[in-house]
Write a protein that binds this ligand. Structure first.
Ligand code: ATP
Ligand code: MG
Length: 565
């Protein structure tokens, strides 16, 4: 437990007060209650870390509960993916995996209890009419003509709703509260709708389904949840949450609202993400450009980096938008410690070292991770023909360009100084297709033989030894910092970034990567962190996804070059 009360967030303060006053016999019990109607996204991660984190912090429990009350939108596939994602984030619900659908019978009995108390009635108004009768913020609602049905008639109709006597949309069960309440949620809210649909768990057993407001508090109460944490949009629903539990006189958890996570350049509603998947804008829920946990995982994000990110974002009562850069910073920081360094060339330019012996190969020692000496060294083969990165050469270098150019000398990382002596171009296009260089045998390992300085150090691979690989580079999925939330991009799909995916089929990587295991992380020197795609990689033919660039080195240099041109 944290020692300084002043450093605690407002939810911890509420819990501390509850513990002090002896509320709930000192229990702390939270839950993460996803609706299985899509894959989890980074916003859910915030809620997961908060709920499971509080349980850990206070020595309590956190349930994983599926709020599976709407059969038309929910699927088993989503249940499975959610379980996988919460586990992957590193949380454990022990035996406490629950489904709201397991409580349908109990909820039905509670509804009967409310009817018997004269607090609920069957209404024959259509959905449309109910909306009309509800009124607005400035106009009070109108009572339904069915509002004063006898308890017997209500009990009978409700029983027959359950039996399947009526078609969808013809009747609902409503709570009898107050049609003039300033809070629209209290104007006789709907508790049950008739939906003849097969539920992924209860099959065709039910044809009436509870609404969120009716079901959620009961789920919390049945499970003995003490602190029911949800996002701010439910603040106006809290009086209803409380009303149901008070009227039923059952265990009463406390609903607490916090600000949801919003990220720049990202949409975060499952409905919108489903649209991207269904309409083929991405390859699936786990497309590495998606803000889903499965997408982030496939991109190369680690659970540690996501947990750290949510910790940094903190818990607030006011909504804001978090910069995507903070998420990227968190994964960089984590991978910097754990990812072995390797060399790979994404846009290859062939370089022949004229004075290097034709059939010679040398094994040069390279450091696996300067941040962690315990990760040791490896050997990288060097030979007469190598590949370097195309933009590490400029025929006509601008000022402050310290890489290779005609007559210039650079250091090949871990290898030698080389000097460019000739440039070969395609006769037709004028494109540079090959460089000729000489090397200084006295500079082995990349150290200066006579104190002469070279300013640039570039990466390379030996052509004869390199493996060819496919590499995918990603950019933001949206070109608007606030997709769908700003005027002018009402349809968030109109602000998709057309260049969010770049696939490079002919990259050359150092041979140690031929056996790179699916699901492993690397830093390609100077290029970023890369992840071996677990879906598309095959034994001996890894496919790499760039998790994130290194930002510092290249981004800055490229930017300054552009400014100078
Ligand atoms: P979406 O609108 O993205 O579909 P949801 O709130 O409908 O999300 P649920 O499955 O109902 O999705 O959410 C499960 C839990 O995750 C809820 O407690 C919800 O408040 C929380 N949650 C959802 N989105 C966010 C977010 N962006 N930030 C923090 N918590 C979130
Ligand atoms: Mg929802």
């Amino acid at each position: 437990m944290k020692s300084e009360k002043s450093q605690k967030n407002f939810i911890e303060q509420i819990i501390d007060d509850d513990l002090e006053s002896g509320k709930n016999d000192g229990r702390v019990h939270t839950r993460f209650p996803p609706e299985p109607n899509g894959y989890l996204h980074i916003g859910h991660a915030k809620s997961i870390c908060l709920n499971f984190g509080l349980a850990e912090e206070y020595g309590g429990f956190c349930n994983l509960r599926f709020d599976d009350t709407n059969p038309t939108k929910e699927e088993e596939e989503y249940v499975d993916s959610i379980i996988e994602d919460v586990k992957w984030l590193g949380f454990d619900w022990g035996e406490r995996l629950y489904f709201a659908s397991d409580y349908f019978e109990e909820m039905y009995r509670y509804a009967v209890q409310l009817i018997k108390a004269g607090k609920a009635y069957v209404d024959d108004l259509s959905a449309e009419e109910i909306r009309e009768y509800r009124g607005t913020l400035t106009k009070p609602g109108k009572k339904s003509p069915y509002r004063d049905r006898s308890i017997e008639e209500n009990l009978d109709l409700f029983r027959r709703m359950r039996l399947g006597d009526f078609v969808d949309g013809t009747r609902v069960l409503r709570a009898k509260i107050d049609m003039a309440s300033p809070n629209l949620n209290m104007r006789d809210p709907v508790m049950y709708r008739i939906i003849h649909a097969t539920h992924h768990r209860t099959g065709d057993k039910w044809c009436i389904y509870p609404t969120y407001d009716w079901a959620h508090g009961l789920e919390d109460s049945i499970e003995g949840v003490t602190h029911s944490i949800c996002t701010l949009e439910f603040e106006d629903h809290r009086p209803l949450y409380d009303w149901y539990l008070d009227e039923l006189n059952v265990f009463h958890p406390q609903q607490i609202e916090f600000a949801r996570l919003n990220l720049s350049y990202t949409v975060m509603s499952k409905r919108k993400l489903l649209e991207l998947v269904k309409q083929g804008f991405v390859s699936g829920w786990d497309d590495p450009r998606m803000p889903t946990l499965s997408g982030l995982r496939r991109r190369g994000y680690t659970p540690e980096s996501i947990r750290k990110f949510t910790e940094r974002v903190g818990i607030a009562k006011r909504e804001g938008i978090v910069d995507l850069g903070l998420l990227e910073y968190s994964v960089r920081e984590d991978l910097n410690k754990r990812a072995p360094r390797v060399m790979g060339v994404l846009h290859p330019l062939r370089v022949v070292i004229d004075n290097y012996p034709e059939d010679q190969t040398e094994e040069l020692e390279a450091i696996n991770n300067p941040e962690d000496p315990s990760m040791g060294t490896r050997n990288v083969p060097f030979s007469k023909v190598i590949y370097i990165e195309r933009n590490d050469f400029r025929e006509d270098p601008p000022r402050k360009y310290f890489r290779l150019a005609p007559g210039r000398e650079v250091r090949l990382r871990y290898a030698y100084f080389i000097k460019c002596v000739d440039v070969v171009k395609d006769e037709k296009t004028g494109e540079v297709i090959e460089l000729h260089c000489t090397y200084d045998p006295a500079s082995k390992g990349g150290s200066s033989p006579d104190g002469r300085k070279v300013k640039g150090t570039i990466h390379w691979v030996s052509a004869a030894h390199a493996i060819k690989a496919k590499v995918r580079l990603y950019d933001r999925l949206f070109s608007s910092p606030n997709p769908g939330r700003e005027k002018g991009d009402a349809d968030f799909k109109t602000v998709l970034n057309p260049n969010s995916l770049e696939t490079l089929d002919n990259c050359y990587l150092e041979p140690s990567l031929s056996h790179a295991k699916a699901g492993s992380h690397y830093q390609f020197e100077r290029l970023g962190y890369f992840y071996v795609d677990p879906v598309d990689s095959m034994e001996g033919a890894p496919v790499f996804n760039r998790t994130v660039s290194l930002r510092d080195s290249w981004a800055k240099i490229e930017k300054s070059l552009k400014l100078e041109k």
